[in-house]
Design a protein around this ligand. Structure first.
Ligand code: F3S
Length: 395
């Protein structure tokens, strides 16, 4: 792997211990995956933020870096934390958890990382351009940026994204190279896809079958950006899919050849079966929306459905702080609160400690959340479309 003189000097420790360690990690990754050189990245996105995910070793590691004056070279956003950083008391987050979570946030902040705490950086002020090289590490954000925007990122882990943020570069391999972005499986859709939840169910089915490969969808007649984020998130969760193409919808699809590819087809039966398969509970204790983090449009939709209604169960809508500010300004948050719900920023149902807050059954409209909640949060799950969810929990 070619390294410039400046890069060799980083490896020899000239720029300090943190840079040496982080650059060494990138070089090692590059050697393993056959990269020819380092390439500059336009932005980074760092996962591994919740205290629930990284625990005490993570707190110590990050505080050590922050104390050694590590600082990011490119704009770097943070994945969701384990709680709403401002309103954590209101939703019953244990104080011992909050104390550790705030130490993590402060360490990232000291490194110059934007405390965005979202898995939808592209909706919160960090929008890459087509073909821009980036180093992101949350799986749904990776999928969206590669597939819907046409930016280039590998599936970074928390440490490699942090290394790219601190060094400003990433090794040139995998999805950074045009030849690795070609589809490997053709997926024919014979189903009406109407709600975001349908796209989440579809993503779950396809991810399971495609596993780690690049699907090319035919037959999706229309999908907005929220539906594409739901599709990508579910596929990333069930099959580690980091890039997909949709005929006539995603920016690289028209450049791709599909002749001779293995074919699979998905119809309404498979979609309906997925709702049943991922539903493991009956009466929900709580409804949580916003996986991936809600857009303003999604919050507006929920708001309209809750107007004049009263919730019988808690309902959270998870989003980024930036989108929540806009929702506040539009009065959406207030309408949701009048119905008895909450709009939470900075966190989500999977990375917050809901299992320690008395919840046993969570209802969602997200294929990714439905897939993750049993394992990550010991929850029974009700997975269904938004209208059904709202009907279930309103008087
Ligand atoms: Fe985002 Fe949490 Fe879902 S990080 S994609 S809302 S599991």
């Amino acid at each position: 792997m070619f390294l410039s003189n400046a890069e060799e000097r980083i490896l020899s420790g000239e720029n300090g211990e943190v840079m040496e360690r982080m650059f060494r990690l990138l070089v090692r990754l590059g050697e393993i995956y056959g990269a020819d050189k380092m390439i500059p990245v336009g932005s980074a996105q760092v996962a591994g933020v919740s205290y629930k995910s990284i625990g005490d070793p993570g707190v110590e590691f990050l505080e050590d870096f922050a104390e050694k004056d590590a600082g990011v070279k490119v704009v770097t956003y943070l994945n969701p934390a384990g709680m709403d950083i401002e309103d954590w008391q209101e939703i019953g987050i244990p104080a011992s958890f909050a104390e550790k979570q705030l130490r993590i946030i402060n360490a990232f902040k000291k490194m110059g990382i934007v405390v965005s705490a979202t898995c939808t950086p592209y909706l919160a002020g960090n929008l890459p351009r087509f073909k821009e090289h980036i180093a992101w590490s949350e799986s749904s954000a990776i999928s969206f940026s590669n597939s819907v925007i046409g930016a280039r990122t590998n599936r970074e882990g928390g440490p490699s994204a942090l290394a790219a943020a601190l060094c400003g570069v990433t090794p040139n391999y995998g999805l950074h190279l045009e030849q690795n972005r070609r589809p490997e499986v053709l997926v024919e859709i014979n189903a009406r896809l109407e709600e975001n939840a349908d796209f989440g169910a579809l993503g779950y089915v396809v991810g399971k079958q495609v596993k780690n490969r690049i699907p090319y969808f035919k037959g999706i007649r229309d999908a907005d950006t929220d539906q594409l984020k739901a599709l990508g998130a579910a596929m990333a969760a069930s099959g580690a899919v980091a890039l997909y193409h949709v005929e006539d919808l995603t920016p690289e699809a028209h450049l791709m050849q599909t002749e001779g590819l293995e074919k699979i087809s998905v119809g309404e039966k498979e979609i309906d079966e997925t709702f049943s398969k991922l539903t493991t509970g009956k009466e929900p204790d709580i409804v949580i929306l916003g996986c991936p983090h809600s857009s303003l449009k999604e919050i507006m939709t929920v708001t309209k459905k809750l107007e004049g209604k009263k919730l019988r169960k808690p309902l959270w809508v998870c989003t980024s702080r930036m989108v929540k500010e806009a929702a506040n300004r539009m009065g959406f948050t207030q309408t949701i609160e009048r119905a008895g719900g909450k709009v939470l920023a900075d966190t989500c149902m999977v990375v917050s400690p809901i299992e320690d807050m008395g919840y046993k059954t969570t209802a969602v409209n997200s294929g990714k959340a439905a897939n993750y909640l049993p394992g990550f949060c010991k929850q029974n799950v009700v997975f269904c479309r938004l209208d059904t969810l709202i009907e279930t929990v309103t008087a």
